[in-house]
Each structure stands twice: as C-alpha cells, then as structure tokens.
Design a binder for this molecule. Structure first.
Ligand code: GDP
Length: 353
C-alpha cells in the first residue's frame, strides 16, 4: 500500500488566469532545484512535497499539516472541457480542483459552469481569487504568502480586497456554498476556502498549495491509498501521432503499476480493444532534449499517480477520456466486460457534446 499524489485540475472563466497559474507553479518549482524541482510527466506536472514545503515556507507547520502525500500532480490542460472528458469510473479523474476567479471581475458564465461541474462530480475545491495585484494601490511582494503581503497594504487597499472577497462569498452563497477567506474558515468540511492570489506575482500561492495538501490529506486518504503493485488503471488523455513511433496514447495512471509488455484493455467507439504495450515513454529533462533531439526516454514501468506515453499497436481509434485497464490472462474477460459497460456511458457523453 502507498499513498499517491492527488490529481489536481484548474477550472475557471476564460482569461481569469488558469494558464498563468499553472505556469507560475511550474516555474517556481523549477527554480527550487536543490529540492528536486518538478517531476515531468506526459500531460501533467508533479510538484514533489519537498518543493511545496520550500514554496510554502513554514505554512505546513503553521497549520499543522502532515506530509503524507508525495506531492501534487497538476493536469497540464486547464478548463472544464478537460475536466469533464477526463473521467474515471464514478467521477472525474481529478481528485481536487482549483476554481480560479478574477477578483476584479467576479463570477462569469464559465465560472458558474465550472462550479456546477464541481458540484455534479462532488470534487473538493478551493477558490483562487486571482489578480489581487490589479487592485488599485496594491503593492506587490513577489511570491510572498497572502497574509504577509496583505499586512503590508494600506487600509484602503485592504478594505477594497475585503469588499471584493465578500462579493465572491455572495456569489458562492447563491450557488449553495458557504465560503470564507481561507484564514477565517472554521470548518473545512462545510465551508469553501477562498485564497486571494496573484498568478503573476506569486502572492498567495504558498497558501493555495498548503490548502490543497491539507484538503487532500484530510478528505481523500482512502481515495489516494493504492496498491502500488496491482495492475494499472488509468484514463486516456490524448491519442497522438508521433514521428517514428506511430500512434501513441498519452495517459494518466491513477492506480497500480503499468509495465512494458502489459496487456491493456481500451475503448474505441466500436468496441473494446486488447493490445500489448511495446514501450512506455516519459519526457526527458529539457537539457537532454537539446542534446539528443528526442523528447522522450523509455521506462520499464510507471506507478500511480503518473502521466505516461504508451506505444502499442492498434490504438488509432481509442477515445480520449476513456479508461485504460491492465488485464491478466485469467481476468481478461471480466475486464473486457467492465470496460464494455463504460462504452455506453462514453457514447452518451459523446452524443451530448
Ligand atoms: P486563462 O484563459 O484562464 O488560461 O487565462 P490566462 O492565464 O491566459 O490569463 C489571461 C490574461 O490575464 C493574461 O494576459 C495574463 O497575463 C493575465 N493574468 C493572469 N493572472 C494574472 C494576475 O494575477 N495578475 C495580472 N495582473 N494579470 C494576470
């Protein structure tokens, strides 16, 4: 048994800062080289707990948050389309979400849509109230915690932020959520935390990451406890032609272990496909790509949670968002039937889209 990293997805209205936030988190993590930096995956980025500790500078201790998960695995594609197509049986592939809202604009149509999706999937989430640096008179303190930078603002600016936060609290209330600024939350099971941040200056990101770690460990322990040597379960992100490799599958593995030569069961719109993994690929570090000109390196196996590229014959028509399961000779028929049931669900989703 081991505890895997939670899979995190970022949702929110267009231009409210999803991409900038992911870039900021990745960039900050790369800068923390001594702590091991980021771990690259296909379609996802893992921020190891050691790096999060450094970014959060003492906040994990301050809020008495243990460190039992190995890190956070962020899905690189933000937005609710990715969130809803990337499914696993019984819900979304994402264990946790960040709902990002431009604090100066408030709720917009896609914010409501994203919120409804999170409601439907019952995904725990935090609200990132973004672009605090654009509040009139704001003095930015790069990468500092929110509470530190807030303390250094003049009262008028502080008041302006509070007013905007209460507008968000109001919008969330209308949607049936009891929300508060994170430092005033008294019960994390019934209240949604709002973290004021700037994806541009990095302010508030220490608290945002701290809260995600706290939420995961408090509420998702069962979901994150896996047998690391059991046959893998995953979700297909993308079906892609790669030069020299043919059709490949980008997948996120959320349970068990995936090995070279494993027999895998997949879905096309027609039927179930059974094939064998020829090779498993992970991204190479940037410096190595420059030297060898290939982006990938072969690995023998990957353990959840992980993003990986799979080379296997006969996968051209596999559906993005559909499940991947490893089968052994003795349970192939059972798994085939299980996956076939999911084909009906996927068909319904595809018809709706
Ligand atoms: P997305 O559509 O949600 O992915 O939004 P983007 O990340 O592309 O951001 C849209 C625009 O807002 C870009 O020009 C960003 O530079 C800008 N932006 C995002 N976050 C912030 C922030 O915290 N502060 C400021 N001033 N601009 C931001």
């Amino acid at each position: 048994m081991k505890i895997r990293s939670p899979i995190v997805s970022v949702l929110g209205h267009v231009d409210h800062g999803k991409t900038t936030l992911l870039d900021n988190i990745r960039g900050t993590a790369i800068a923390h080289k001594e702590a091991g930096g980021i771990t690259q995956h296909i379609g996802a980025t893992e921020i190891p707990i050691k790096v999060i500790e450094e970014i959060c500078k003492g906040l994990l201790e301050k809020y008495s948050i243990q460190r039992i998960i190995p890190g956070l695995l962020f899905i690189d594609t933000p937005g609710h389309e990715a969130f809803t197509t990337l499914r696993k049986r019984g819900g979304s592939l994402a264990d946790l979400a960040i709902l990002i809202v431009d604090i100066n604009e408030g709720f917009k149509p896609q914010t409501y849509e994203a919120l409804n999706i999170l409601k439907m999937y019952k995904t725990p989430f935090v609200v990132a109230a973004n672009k605090i640096d654009k509040i009139r008179g704001w003095k930015a303190h790069k990468n500092s915690s929110f509470l530190e930078t807030f303390e250094k603002q003049v009262p008028k600016v502080q008041q302006s932020l509070e007013t905007k936060i209460y507008e968000l609290v109001g919008s969330l209330h209308e949607e049936g959520f009891n929300a508060e600024r994170f430092d005033r939350v008294t019960d994390f099971t019934s209240q949604v935390s709002i973290v004021p941040i700037s994806a541009l200056t990095g302010e508030g990101i220490p608290e945002l990451l701290t809260l995600l770690i706290g939420l995961a460990q408090q509420y998702l322990k069962d979901q994150l406890t896996i047998e690391s040597d059991s046959p893998a379960k995953g979700t297909i992100l993308e079906v892609k032609e790669e030069k020299g490799l043919g059709t490949t599958l980008d997948a996120i593995i959320y349970d068990g272990v995936l090995k070279q030569n494993d027999k895998i069961v997949l879905l096309t719109l027609e039927d179930v496909v059974v094939t064998r993994i020829r090779s498993l690929l992970k991204p190479k570090p940037l410096e190595e790509i420059r030297e060898s000109k290939t982006e990938f390196k072969r690995v023998k196996e990957v353990v959840a949670a992980s993003g990986v590229k799979i080379v296997a014959p006969g996968v051209k028509d596999v559906i993005p968002g559909s499940p991947l399961r490893v089968a052994k000779d003795e349970n192939l028929e059972d798994i085939r039937n299980e996956i076939r049931k999911e084909l009906e669900e996927v068909k319904i989703e595809t018809d709706k889209a």
